[in-house]
Design a protein around this ligand. Structure first.
Ligand code: PLP
Length: 412
């Protein structure tokens, strides 16, 4: 079964103090522990850093905690850049990987001194024309196309809108160098929520080969290789964890075999994981509002798809525990929200203990791509977020939206 770092009593106390469900809780101790393990796992790499994919959990308090554990930020928009700067990160700790990028975003990235990772060869001239001279350090996002098979969430690389093709990438480096770029990075991101270590090793193999090839052909020396995010987590209770140690040691072998033996100087390797960093350490706490028996049995919660859209959008599994009645699984339920949309379901035909009004349910593994995907359809409001501190207290890091927030942008 899945671990929960707080008790029903703690939640009832929080509710009694005036905090209404639904809300998110992130477990600080586990976040820090996992961040340290990740760093340790890749400690053979010189200057290894994970640039946390801010979109997974865009809250400055979380970015600060991760920064204290040595992480940077991976941003893809103006808002994420501003958020990371507000969390106290320096330019060199921010990677800017965007696509279909507006000038305003490039300008902000340049102003902060973020590491810029271009999604297309045409962005070289676009940047020069609209922002200014290219930065001294520049990276490109590579799309291996047919060289790499896709994974479920992200699809086939050749069908993905991201990145530069195999044919274009050598030209991109040659052009950037001609225009005065001195230091180079290479990036790819071809999968999402992948728990098979070999999948990453295939990708790393492709990247290392490309670095060696470009180094040989053009004499370019790479500053860093960014192997992307996509490190998966086990959402289902009996699912196997990604063997990160296997990724690391397999990468080390490939590094020796390809990079070292090619005569390319030591190169920094970085990641930009989001889900693996925060996913398992977030909990959505919701109360049972109604139960209903029609053609099926329903548990209606006070959270809905506007608070967590992964199940409705991807059919994603999220484990659910009824902490008010953690007894034997006895019923088969659909766990549903209150949107006027029939895909507003957290679970379908799920075995759960008998549920009653006001029972507290915990939806697991919502630390990444969860609260952040919230929306206001049906005039629903985004929920609060708390950090569970190591002394058992809850620190509010985002208040719940109110109707005033909802109407704040309306004119007339
Ligand atoms: C979304 C994204 C990530 C993070 O993905 P995870 O699956 O959360 O690790 C990293 N890099 C880029 C460019 C992304 O778009």
């Amino acid at each position: 079964m899945k671990n929960i770092p707080f008790t029903q009593k703690q939640i009832l106390n929080l509710i009694a103090s005036g905090r209404e469900t639904p809300f998110y809780i992130y477990d600080e101790e586990s976040l820090r522990h996992n961040a340290r393990e990740m760093k340790e796992c890749f400690s053979w790499i010189k200057d290894y850093k994970n640039f946390f994919a801010v979109k997974a959990l865009p809250n400055p308090s979380i970015v600060k905690i991760l920064h204290e554990e040595g992480m940077g930020a991976d941003c893809s928009s103006l808002g994420e850049l501003v958020l990371s700067a507000r969390a106290g990160l320096a330019g060199h700790e921010i990677m800017f990987t965007s696509n279909n990028t507006p000038v305003s975003d490039f300008k902000k990235a340049a102003e902060l001194g973020a590491i810029i990772n271009l999604d297309d060869i045409s962005h070289i001239e676009y940047f020069e024309k609209n922002v200014g001279p290219l930065p001294e350090l520049l990276s490109f996002r590579y799309n291996p196309g047919a060289l790499k098979e896709g994974n479920e969430i992200i699809g086939e690389p050749k069908d993905a809108k991201f990145g530069i093709t195999t044919d274009q990438i050598t030209d991109a480096y040659a052009l950037a160098r001609k225009k005065g770029v001195k230091r180079f990075g290479l990036h790819t991101m071809v999968c999402s929520n992948e728990t098979n270590a070999d999948y990453f090793l295939e990708t790393i193999d492709i990247l290392f080969s490309l670095v060696v090839q470009i180094h040989k052909e053009q004499g370019i020396v790479f500053d860093f290789i960014n192997i992307g995010g996509g490190l998966g987590i086990p959402y289902e209770p009996d699912q196997k964890k990604l063997d990160l140690q296997k990724v690391s040691s397999g990468m080390k072998d490939l590094y020796e075999k390809k990079i070292r033996s090619s005569g390319h100087p030591d190169v920094r390797i970085v990641t930009e994981s989001g889900r693996y960093v925060t996913g398992p350490y977030g909990y959505l706490v919701t109360r049972v509002r109604h139960t209903k028996e029609t053609y099926k049995k329903y548990i209606g919660t006070d959270a809905c798809m506007a608070n967590l859209m992964r199940p409705g959008m991807y059919g994603a599994y999220h484990h659910i525990t009824n902490i008010s009645n953690p007894d034997q699984l006895s019923q088969r339920y659909d766990v549903v929200g209150s949107l006027c949309e029939n895909n507003d379901k957290f679970a379908i035909d799920r075995e759960l203990p008998e549920a009653s009004q006001d029972d507290i349910l915990v939806i697991h593994d919502v630390g990444a791509h969860a609260h952040a995907m919230g929306f206001q359809y049906n005039a629903k409001l985004r929920s609060a977020e708390f950090v569970l501190k190591s002394d058992g207290s809850f620190a509010l890091i985002r208040r719940a939206e109110t109707l005033d927030d909802y109407f704040a942008t309306i004119i007339g």
